[in-house]
Design a protein around this ligand. Structure first.
Ligand code: BJW
Length: 248
């Protein structure tokens, strides 16, 4: 599906001239890289309750169960490569002088695609953190034993991600919110818009005068509130938006 972006020429050319652009991504952008989403058919949480895997309480209760889930996903992420959607966003950063890329994803594929300065709201699954000292490491090989322990102090390690009920990294979220308040154009890509506070950023942008567009094959709770919707996979829609920006 090629979106018709002709009516958006004024805002696209403003973005080319330096008006701020924000893009917020979710799990949907990595589907074409072979990574599953969380919710819906075939999602990571189909048939299970997220609270059993993605909360600090679940980790304290059963670290082995939680680590098995994350170690499997770390393996998928190690194999994954950025797709045309990630690459289009990296290209857009070269066309828009003031672009902020915010992601809820923990797979680091935006960084691998070459996007500069990505605001990772929910951490990174590539990184692990010592539960005692907070030190971070980036093991490149699978752990030989689960759950893993810190080589320096012997405490349990945890995935360096943000679970339900945990605060987002403060400075990263502050920058994401400020960029959303200030932008002229906001693209919300591949997210179900169900998880706060990331889910509020598009509407923050809208309330402050931005044009807001959703890129998603399916309807979400914010579909009816935004200025327009591009129904299709992000690996198809985002390259078309990047082309339109280049031509603006
Ligand atoms: C395509 C596509 C294609 C498919 N192309 N698109 C205290 C206790 C408990 C809860 C809370 C609490 N305080 C606040 C809360 C609220 C809670 C919340 O929002 N709950 C809701 C469920 C109601 N939020 C939080 O807990 C957050 N923290 C917080 O608010 O802190 C306040 C605080 C302050 C001070 C002290 C203490 C607390 C934290 C949220 C953390 C979310 N973490 C997760 C797991 C990360 C680790 C991991 O990866 O396992 O983040 S949950 C999961 O959902 C993950 C995702 O980033 C996030 C969003 O999911 P996403 O990306 O939208 O994926 P899906 O699957 O939902 O949607 C995919 C979409 O793609 C769909 O729409 C498809 O249609 C689409 N799609 N193919 C484009 N080809």
């Amino acid at each position: 599906m090629t979106p018709d972006l002709r009516p958006e020429l004024p805002v696209l050319s403003a973005v080319r001239q330096g008006a701020p652009l924000v893009v917020l991504t979710g799990a949907g952008i990595s589907v074409e890289s072979g990574l599953p989403t969380f919710r819906g058919a075939g999602g990571l949480w189909e048939g299970s309750r997220p609270e059993e895997l993605a909360t600090p309480e679940a980790f304290h209760r059963d670290p082995l169960k939680v680590w098995r889930f994350y170690e499997w996903r770390r393996g998928l992420v190690r194999q994954a490569k950025p797709n045309a959607g990630h690459l289009a966003l990296a290209r857009m950063a070269t066309l828009a002088p003031r672009m902020t890329l915010i992601t809820q994803n923990v797979d680091e594929l935006h960084r691998v695609a070459g996007s500069p300065d990505v605001l990772e709201l929910h951490g990174s699954i590539v990184s692990v953190r010592c539960t005692a000292e907070g030190t971070r490491t980036r093991p490149t090989e699978p752990f030989t034993e689960l759950p893993p322990y810190c080589a320096a102090c012997g405490a349990l390690l945890r995935p360096d991600v943000v679970w339900f009920g945990e605060p987002l990294p403060e400075e990263t979220y502050r920058r994401a919110r400020q960029a959303s308040l200030d932008c002229a154009l906001f693209l919300v890509v591949g997210t179900s818009a169900l998880v706060a506070p990331a889910s509020g950023l598009a509407l923050t942008a809208k309330d402050n005068g931005a044009r807001v567009f959703e890129v998603n094959p399916d309807k979400t709770p914010i579909s009816g509130l935004v200025d327009g919707v591009f129904r299709g996979p992000s690996a198809t829609v985002l390259p078309a938006i990047a082309d339109a920006l280049e031509a603006a």
